[in-house]
Design a protein around this ligand. Structure first.
Ligand code: FE2
Length: 374
């Protein structure tokens, strides 16, 4: 028996147990201002901080929280720092998709044993509030996964950070948890990364979309969705497909400088409230023409929500065998047309809104056209 990967965690049913997303870390040009945006526009609370005042002299990080979602925004204080170089190349973007585990040593060693590339081996961080164990592996592009074990910690975030409150009490917009995180990879790489999640982390292939499912008159993409054992972690992986014009995935890869996180879908229990608040706070969403609502009920049948309200807020609807879902997509949240958010409310449906792909991709193409990148 391999003693390195010995664990007290029950791995009899799931060889790679994950409790969910622990945090998502962005490397950004100006973490102070980004944290203000996430507090004021998206309703997050500032909960922790690390920087020169806490003994960290080369980077600053702000930790934001809303219900189960935790974002970390990090900027460099020196031009030659790895964070500064990342931002120079990619613009603001997601560096870490951190996964919450019960045994970080087990997760890391198991991943390495199954072929993952290491970023950093196990570290045990301690302070007066206990200890956190972390270890990291590479995924697509320059993105990484950090395994976080925090069962023996009761501080604000992690050792090295101090608890900190925002300048004003946050007004939650009802964001609950991370539903899925989507990666864009280069042409021909989708299957490689699907296989990585299957082989290394024991994920299952949930759904395949080919270019016939996801194409408009001009552009196309292909997508496969992988999910971990308990379904708490879902990663759709997109690659561009051949079309008459430039795919939105190619546009992303051009601007991001390679593969990376395309969008983060966040769940809400009340999408009408959430989107109404976000719009009042100034968040910009992709626009789908009003005639979408003329025929949508023919496709999705009866729904609990007032269709006029959904139309007013431009929220999209789709149905699968298990129920329906409501969703909407923001425009990119930084100057480069890269990372954006999806807000999703699931009412039984476990799928991803296939019925909306066409309307959605046409909306993205209109944006590409305005940027001159179609
Ligand atoms: Fe999505």
């Amino acid at each position: 028996m391999d003693t390195i990967t010995k664990t007290t965690v029950d791995t009899s049913k799931d060889s790679f147990p994950l409790n969910g997303t622990d945090y998502i870390e962005f490397y950004v040009a100006n973490a102070k201002q980004s944290s203000f945006y996430y507090q004021m526009a998206f309703g997050y609370s500032l909960v922790a901080y690390r920087g020169p005042e806490t003994g960290c002299f080369d980077t600053v990080s702000y930790v934001l929280q809303q219900d189960k979602i935790r974002l970390v925004l990090t900027s460099a204080l020196t031009p030659d720092h790895e964070v500064a170089k990342h931002v120079l190349k990619h613009g603001d973007g997601v560096k870490v998709l951190a996964l919450w585990v019960d045994d970080a040593n087990y997760s890391y060693n198991k991943a390495i044993e199954r072929g993952a590339e290491s970023v950093k081996g196990l570290e045990t961080l301690t302070d007066d509030n206990g200890e956190v164990k972390i270890a990291s592996i590479k995924t697509y592009g320059e993105t990484i996964h950090t395994f976080v074990e925090r069962s023996n910690y009761n501080g604000a975030f992690m050792p090295g950070f101090e608890a900190r409150e925002g300048i004003a009490p946050a007004k939650s917009v009802g964001l609950k948890y991370v539903d899925h995180c989507v990666g864009n990879v280069e042409l021909g790489d989708m299957n490689k990364w699907v296989k990585f999640y299957q082989d290394v982390m024991g994920f299952k292939l949930l759904i395949t979309f080919d270019d016939k499912d996801i194409s408009t008159k001009y552009t196309a993409l292909m997508s496969k969705v992988v999910s971990n054992g308990n379904g708490y972690v879902k990663f759709p992986i997109n690659e561009p497909a051949k079309g008459l014009k430039k795919s939105q995935i190619e546009e992303y890869i051009d601007f991001y400088g390679g593969a990376g996180v395309q969008h983060i879908a966040i769940a809400t229990d009340d999408i009408i409230f959430t989107v109404d608040q976000l719009r009042k706070n100034g968040i910009d969403f992709l626009y789908v023409p009003d005639d979408y609502y003329d025929t949508v009920t023919d496709r999705v049948g009866a729904i609990d929500e007032d269709l006029e309200e959904l139309k007013r807020l431009n929220i999209l609807i789709d149905r699968d065998e298990e129920g329906y879902l409501l969703q909407i997509f923001t425009k990119p949240v930084q100057d480069r047309p890269t990372v954006f958010y999806e807000i999703i409310q699931r009412k039984g449906a476990k799928s991803f809104g296939k019925g909306n792909f066409k309307a959605l991709f046409e909306a993205i193409e209109r944006e590409q056209e305005r940027r001159g990148t179609l």
